[in-house]
Design a protein around this ligand. Structure first.
Ligand code: ADP
Ligand code: ASP
Ligand code: MG
Length: 454
């Protein structure tokens, strides 16, 4: 059971989480918690401020977080339990304070130190949740993610080492579950084999939950968030987005990859490999049945399952009139992206040019400079990928005509129909996203299969 930032944002939310976990006790849960809402962003901002030498701003941030965590702990626990926790939290905040001062002193923020700073978020929330659960008769026990989620050393997007994680789960976690305990672990963070804290990418607590679920052979993985499951589109863009009752692993993976923030893209993979169903549920409305992600789903009459949009995309155009058809050219191009560890999302090629999209990324000027050794290069930011997902796309004629008719006055920069044939993807200006998504939603989701959508 993974609870996201809003599900643990304050004492009321954590109390709600405790009731939800309690209702699952006979099923022997393992609990993963995110940092309290917004804390990761704040820690990153504090680390950046410290790196720029803005000492007071960084330390102010630390004081604000200290207050918030103390208050939450105080509200959740009676005085006796609170004294111990207060001491433990105090020690953590003292070391965060010291760390920030250290960053100011050296005048440099390295990725390694940044990961260390952000790791406080999930450590603190799990430290608070554990005694709060105990006080509510849940036999909780805190598990340090740094001892279980072993990763490589690529800070800020470290890669989990699955075999090692599974060994740790077997050695350290399974015995706890056997004893009837409920392990609680902070998501998002891990450590290298040497014990250096790492993080596995923004939104990564979902991924932590999936790794644990797969490693322990869980019956299911529950992702508890602040909406009633996966919706037909981002409810912040389209208020009438509908809940998807069931969706396939493949469809959910495409959606998450192309921007549906409700699920981290890496979440689905460990679940697929072990065929473990994933549920997306609402901690503020636990009675709602949410979304079930399954390997196979019933056939639906609707053309699409959902629309996702991913902002902060840059299009890179590579024009090489003579060279493009030469063998090995694409390999050279992609080798440059690989060297900069930059993932390419959408690609389209013509006789004389290649267009591709990447997440807007600090390394783009360097990547462009390297590409210029091969060809003429242009790049433009503030683009967005819009992706329509649904297994019926592959067998329906005229899909593209229907889609592009709905947005015929919006400038489309790239189009791609995924190799999986279950997505239709295009790239537009960020500014056009709300309008495009609303129009497509109105056109394709006004009438949908009631068995699949709520
Ligand atoms: P958590 O902190 O629980 O991980 P997130 O903020 O990461 O929560 O993800 C939940 C949010 O994802 C929702 O509040 C919603 O605004 C957004 N979202 C984007 N696309 C979708 C979608 N298709 N369905 C549901 N929520 C979506
Ligand atoms: N707290 C982390 C983040 O905000 C991880 C997560 O919440 O999933 O990215
Ligand atoms: Mg999330």
């Amino acid at each position: 059971m993974k609870f996201g930032g809003t599900s643990v944002e304050d004492a009321t939310a954590i109390d709600r989480v405790a009731s939800i976990v309690k209702s699952r006790l006979p099923e022997r849960p393992f609990v993963v918690v995110s940092a309290m809402a917004k804390v990761t962003d704040q820690l990153l901002a504090m680390a950046a401020a410290a790196g720029r030498g803005e000492r007071e701003q960084a330390l102010d941030g630390c004081r604000t977080l200290r207050e918030r965590h103390y208050n939450t702990a105080g509200e959740l626990l009676g005085t006796g339990l609170h004294t111990d926790l207060h001491t433990d939290l105090g020690a953590e905040f003292d070391s965060l304070d010291e760390l920030l001062r250290g960053i100011v002193a050296v005048g440099e923020l390295t990725p390694r130190t940044s990961d260390y700073v952000v790791s406080f978020g999930e450590r603190l929330s799990s430290m608070i949740a554990t005694p709060a659960f105990l006080a509510r008769d849940i036999p909780a026990i805190l598990v340090d993610a740094r001892e279980v989620i072993i990763t490589d050393a690529q800070h800020s997007r470290a890669v989990p080492q699955v075999d090692e994680i599974n060994d740790r789960l077997q050695d350290r976690v399974e015995p706890l579950i056997e004893q009837g305990r409920v392990p609680i672990m902070g998501g998002f963070i891990g450590a290298t084999r040497e014990g250096v804290p790492t993080t596995i990418g923004r939104g990564g607590s979902d991924f932590s939950a999936a790794l644990v679920g797969a490693g322990l052979g869980a019956e299911r993985i529950e992702i508890w968030t602040d909406v009633d499951g996966i919706k037909t589109t981002d409810p912040r863009i389209c208020a009438d987005a509908r809940r998807i009752k069931v969706i396939s692993f493949e469809e959910a993976a495409e959606l998450a990859y192309f921007g549906a923030k409700v699920l981290h893209p890496a979440t689905v993979l460990p679940a697929v490999e072990k065929n473990i169903p994933v549920l997306v549920l609402n901690s503020r409305n636990p009675a709602n049945e949410g979304t079930r992600i399954l390997s196979r789903t019933p056939r639906s009459r609707s053309l699409f399952k959902a629309i996702a949009a991913k902002n902060r995309i840059t299009i890179i155009e590579i024009v090489a009139a003579r060279m493009l058809m030469a063998h090995g050219f694409l390999a050279k191009v992609f080798e440059i992206f690989a060297r900069h560890r930059c993932a390419v999302d959408v690609v389209s090629t013509s006789e004389v040019s290649i267009s591709l999209t990447v997440d807007s990324h600090e390394a783009i000027p360097q990547i462009a400079a390297d590409l210029e050794q091969l060809a003429f290069v242009k790049y433009s930011g503030r683009k967005a990928i819009v992706c329509l997902v649904g297994e019926n796309i592959r067998e329906t004629a005229g899909v593209a005509a229907q889609v592009f008719d709905a947005i015929r006055d919006i400038n489309v920069r790239m189009i791609s129909q995924g190799a999986s044939e279950i997505n239709l993807t295009f790239v537009i200006d960020e500014a056009d996203v709300p309008e495009a998504v609303r129009r497509l939603h109105a056109k394709f989701f006004a009438e949908v299969d009631a068995e699949v959508f709520d």
